[in-house]
Design a protein around this ligand. Structure first.
Ligand code: S3P
Length: 431
């Protein structure tokens, strides 16, 4: 149920520093792979968002002891064959990553599990994992018969496949690769465009034999996983709101610290540059295969751009806030090849277009994206978040530059990926 209305007014200026909380995708994977590894995996800068807590909860129910303290997470892994049958239904909450990745693992376990989630999860498409996992020998049933959760998964002996995915989805790719850890023979996934590669990087770090060749990931089973120390980089998807706010609010300068800039995730930086945005990457580092940097960003005069093709998977979660940037940029922005937006936590083509229209933007939805005629001044409005964290945060940014006041209904959904979001944003706003 949506409960909290957040009110945000136009801001004069943003100034200061912000350290970005841990990456959601990497936090999930650290708990999952740590559970399947031998020994104790220590995770620092773990994202304490509701989605990642759902992953912890599911693995605890599968018999893994996980200690969660503010400083670090300790995952006491039991090896590839150490999970035990859950005594209850596994609840993935709002998390697509938990639902899809754990399905790959459960498909190969010697027990039956039932997996469900909230109202949004029960509408999101699971056929995209049910099909390839079934081809590997898995037995997965959608209990409502509509290709969505709840899913009943009866573990089976699996065999490797070469899957040509029609969608560029890291969740699909990862579910198949995780099942591949247990399969007989090699498992390969070829994507139409390369999606985020955190699974390939981290699984390799844990000792799996994973190779990437262009748009194909190849996993050869037969290797145990071993516990690792994982320092989770800041989430570029969370950084995106501060980068955007600093670009749009007049006279701003913000240092956004510890941002993961893995090239399969950094599309927003390329789009900001194309739009004329002014930023510098400082303090670049690589840790366990993941690149990070601090980003110094200033108010910039932006212009419209065309966004489509292979860049889309590298900025899929940032498209709502990119649409906000486009609404304030001069000229036309076209977003295409992004039909995946329709099957996220909300239908993000609909939710973004409706919300920007309510603020006075000239915008139309298309089948696979939207067309935005930017540059008109926007005004405050009542925005329904549809319980979608990325919609709430994107429109908090839009509100900072709109005339008057904006109300965000169900604003508490930021807990999914960024519990301290409003506090961190407020800290940057100059009086
Ligand atoms: C994620 C992959 C993406 C992304 C989601 C997290 C992941 O979803 O939108 O927020 O952690 O693998 P798809 O794989 O469905 O594109």
């Amino acid at each position: 149920m949506q409960t909290t209305t957040i009110t945000i007014k136009k801001a004069k200026r943003l100034h200061g520093e912000i350290s970005i909380p841990g990456d959601k995708s990497i936090s999930h994977r650290a708990v999952m792979f740590g559970s399947l590894a031998r020994g104790t995996t220590e995770v620092t800068n773990f994202l304490q968002g509701a989605d990642c807590l759902s992953t912890i909860d599911c693995f605890r129910r599968l018999g893994i002891e996980i200690e969660n303290t503010p400083e670090r997470i300790l995952v006491h892994g039991k090896g590839l064959h150490g999970l035990t049958a859950p005594s209850d239904i596994l609840d993935a909450g709002n998390s697509g990553t938990t639902t899809r990745l754990i399905s790959g693992i459960l498909s190969a376990q010697p027990f039956v599990s039932t997996l469900t989630g909230d109202a949004s999860i029960q509408k999101r498409p699971m056929k995209r994992i049910m099909e390839p996992l079934s081809m590997m020998g898995a037995k997965i049933e959608s209990l409502s018969g509509n290709g969505c959760a709840p899913l009943k998964i009866t573990g089976q002996p699996l065999h490797g496949i070469h899957y040509h995915s029609t969608v560029a989805s890291a969740q699909v790719k990862s579910a198949i690769l995780l099942a591949g850890l247990y399969a007989e023979g090699q498992t390969m996934v070829t994507e139409p465009a390369l999606s985020r590669n955190h699974t390939e990087i981290m699984l390799k770090g844990f000792g799996a034999d994973v190779k990437s060749q262009d748009k194909t990931a190849i996993l050869t089973p037969g290797h145990d996983l071993y516990a690792q120390k994982v320092e989770v980089p800041g989430d570029i998807s969370s950084a995106a709101y501060f980068l955007s706010a600093a670009l749009l609010v007049p006279d701003s300068e913000v240092l956004v610290k510890n941002v993961g800039i893995n090239p399969t995730r950094d599309g927003i930086l390329r789009v900001i540059r194309d739009m004329g945005g002014n930023f510098e990457l400082l303090n670049e580092k690589t840790s366990a295969g993941e690149k990070t940097a601090d980003i110094l960003i200033r108010t910039s005069s932006l212009h419209g751009v065309e966004i489509g093709g292979e860049i889309i998977p590298t900025l899929i979660d940032e498209l709502p806030v990119i649409a906000v940037l486009a609404a304030y940029a001069n000229g036309r922005t076209v977003i295409r090849d992004a039909a995946e937006l329709k099957v996220k936590e909300s239908n993000r083509i609909d939710t973004v277009v409706t919300a920007l229209k309510a603020m006075g933007c000239d915008i139309v939805a298309t089948d696979d994206g939207m067309i935005i005629e930017g540059g008109r001044p926007l005004h405050g409005a009542v925005i329904d978040s549809h319980a979608d964290h990325r919609i709430a945060m994107s429109f908090a940014v839009a509100a900072l530059v709109a005339d008057g006041e904006t109300q965000i209904l169900g604003g508490e959904c930021v807990n999914i990926s960024y519990p301290a979001f409003y506090r961190d944003l407020k800290n940057l706003i100059c009086p």
